[in-house]
Design a protein around this ligand. Structure first.
Ligand SMILES: C[S@@+](CC[C@H](N)C(=O)[O-])C[C@H]1O[C@@H](n2cnc3c(N)ncnc32)[C@H](O)[C@@H]1O
Length: 369
């Protein structure tokens, strides 16, 4: 799909969230309608459904703010290459360009929902424990490696909503995030640039549509405020940048350019992890380090038609060693990901945390480096 048509489809997904969320509340209400009036009254489920609708409306208001400045970038016109079968009033079906319909795949709506949860993981007060377990060891390792942060360049691909990039910049390093999802980029721009500059916060209800494993309606509907710290707290002299695009493409020519590469819940986003390992080897400066924290939930493992080279940790490790990296730390850390701390369902990954050093390059003529 052409890039601008892809962008348009992301905006459509954000726009569709309200109708999608309200339809979920309608469905639940229909099913609760099978209960007796007395049972519904005793459990107060009608109040909960009303609360879900109000929560979806509030989320949609935040989404409208988030998307507003990007509407001008949505291309006019159709891309005839991507078509969807639309039922016609006469009962027939006709293929029309998706750009001319309101069609949004369910998977894109799930991504809108995940982005709302990512607000909490990265910028909400309830995400603090998750950040401590995931960001904490990474930041500690960085500080140990480079106690003098000035001029130390740190690249963070798969930056999400930018919180760890911000923390690295706050610690005095030259921090650059790279992210290719427009869902994330649009939300990160909103949080870090627009809310940040205005010193404002937004209130979301990220768990409102999560009807399983809730302890109470109040838990399900509870608000989350973000950002919990003003992104504009960065000192004047800080050095933070975000780069939009595919890590493998954007840094194709980057050689020995970063003292540290930090990958947080990122390695398993690869179609072919050997490409990530070789890119890391090329772009890390002599004596620099690769700091990683994350599981191996290969993102493409269940996507038909997508290449997905799924490796065990030992397989991946042997590739990293064969490339030339020297492991200096290797530990297992329990971390959750966009976990609802109030839910009956709690899931944690046993993440691999490592610090691997890239030894200095050998000069081509074989002389001492
Ligand atoms: C599992 S999320 C982790 C986000 C963040 N690091 C965190 O831990 O909260 C992986 C992120 O990597 C991004 N991503 C995946 N492949 C990428 C690539 N090739 N280049 C840049 N970003 C990528 C995804 O869009 C997603 O935001």
């Amino acid at each position: 799909m052409a890039e601008n048509q892809h962008f348009a489809s992301i905006i459509r997904a954000y726009d569709e969230y309200r109708a999608w969320g309200l339809a979920k509340a309608d469905r639940l209400e229909r099913h609760y309608g099978k209960l007796s009036d007395a049972d519904r009254a005793v459990m107060r489920v009608d109040n909960k459904v009303a609360g879900m609708r109000a929560a979806v409306e509030q989320n949609a208001r935040v989404i409208a703010q988030l998307v507003a400045p990007h509407r001008a970038s949505v291309p006019a016109g159709d891309d005839p290459r991507v078509q969807v079968a639309m039922p016609q009033p006469d009962g027939s079906t006709r293929f029309v360009p998706t750009s001319r319909t309101d069609y949004v795949p369910e998977s894109d709506l799930e991504k809108v929902q995940s982005t709302l949860k990512q607000f909490v993981r990265e910028w909400g007060a309830e995400g603090r424990a998750e950040r401590e377990s995931a960001h904490g060891p990474v930041l500690d390792a960085l500080r140990k490696e480079f106690p003098q942060p000035e001029g130390v360049r740190v690249l963070l691909p798969g930056a999400g909503l930018g919180r760890l990039v911000w923390e690295v910049a706050m610690a005095g390093y030259v921090a650059q995030g790279c992210e290719f999802s427009y869902f994330m980029l649009i939300a990160a721009d909103f949080l870090m640039n627009r809310l940040g500059a205005a010193q404002e916060t937004v209130t979301l209800h990220p768990w409102a549509l999560q009807t399983c494993n809730a302890v109470s309606a109040a838990d399900q509907l509870r608000p989350a405020v973000a950002p919990e710290v003003p992104p504009s707290d960065l000192p004047e002299e800080s050095n933070l940048s975000m780069c939009a695009g595919d890590f493998l493409e954007v840094y194709r020519d980057s050689e020995a350019a970063w003292e540290a590469l930090v990958t947080l819940f990122f390695v398993d986003t690869a179609h072919d992890p050997s490409e990530y390992v070789r890119a890391a080897w090329r772009m890390i400066a002599d004596g620099g380090v690769w700091i990683n924290m994350g599981p191996l939930l290969w993102h493409f493992h269940d996507m038909p038609g997508e290449v997905s080279i799924e490796l065990t940790w030992q397989e991946l490790r042997s590739l990293i060693v064969a490339c030339g990296f020297v492991f200096e730390r290797e530990e297992w850390c329990r971390c959750s990901y966009t976990c609802n701390p109030q839910s009956l369902y709690q899931m944690q990954y046993n993440c691999i945390f490592f610090v691997a050093r890239r030894p200095p390059r050998q000069p081509a003529d074989g002389s001492e480096p």
